[in-house]
Design a protein around this ligand. Structure first.
Ligand code: DC
Length: 224
């Protein structure tokens, strides 16, 4: 059996990477995993157990007790969970505990799908350095803060946009400068700046960047 095709989508918070990853998965009929949800679920488990997200023992226990059934739900989408997710994500034991699940998903995409799209911070650099195609998604911080503000508002959470901007910049810095698996533009990743693009235009740009590699790999599979 040939190896599954993998599209790695990394990028900054609220850059649009999750939406793009989902749309790419639907387009190619691939499975999709939002790896950020694993860190958010870990954060949720830690906070519910009244633990400290910066404490390695508490954080590892959280990673070992995540409840995957909550992955698609709103409880992990709050900014409090986002901040705590960034904290647990800096702890090497947490990343190690979540590694097998992510690699397993890519090696055997659910539903017998020929490929998988995974979005996060270290997919193209650490989880799947040999990915078929890689994207690095970014946007200006002010634009991303506004998107986050809109997302939260839609969930009934009203936040000051300036505060969100400061938190987002702080989270970017933490994610980019941590010692383990920092957010980088992985070698071979195409850069996509979504600042001035609507969803349809951003998706068209993402498709233009990954399609040649993905279509080539799909053809090879059919031939092989
Ligand atoms: O993409 P997100 O906002 O759901 O991610 C939440 C946090 O999880 C993010 O600040 C950093 C961490 N994360 C990570 O370290 N590695 C990943 N592959 C995905 C997310």
């Amino acid at each position: 059996m040939s190896k599954p095709i993998v599209i790695a989508v990394d990028g900054t918070a609220a850059s649009g990477k999750g939406t793009l990853a989902k749309k790419l998965a639907a387009h190619f009929h691939f499975a999709h995993l939002d790896s950020g949800a694993l860190y958010r679920l870990t954060a949720l488990a830690v906070l519910e157990a009244k633990g400290d997200p910066n404490n390695p023992d508490d954080a590892l226990r959280g990673a070992q007790t995540i409840d995957l059934t909550l992955a698609g739900g709103p409880s992990i989408r709050t900014d409090v969970i986002g901040r705590a997710a960034s904290q647990v994500a800096a702890i090497p034991a947490v990343r190690a505990a979540l590694l097998d699940f992510q690699r397993g998903f890519l090696a055997r995409p659910p539903g017998g799908s020929p490929g998988a799209v995974m979005d996060g911070r270290d997919i193209g650099s650490v989880i799947a350095p040999d990915a078929t195609a890689k994207l690095y998604v970014d946007a200006r911080p002010e634009i991303r803060a506004h998107r986050r503000w809109q997302e939260l508002q839609a969930m009934g959470i009203v936040r000051d946009e300036g505060d969100l901007l400061r938190e987002l910049v702080a989270r970017d810095l933490a994610d980019k400068t941590r010692a383990v698996s920092p957010l980088i533009q992985a070698p071979g990743a195409g850069l996509l700046d979504t600042s001035d693009l609507g969803i349809d235009a951003a998706f068209a740009a993402a498709l233009a960047l990954v399609s040649p590699k993905v279509e080539g790999a799909l053809k090879d599979r059919h031939r092989g």
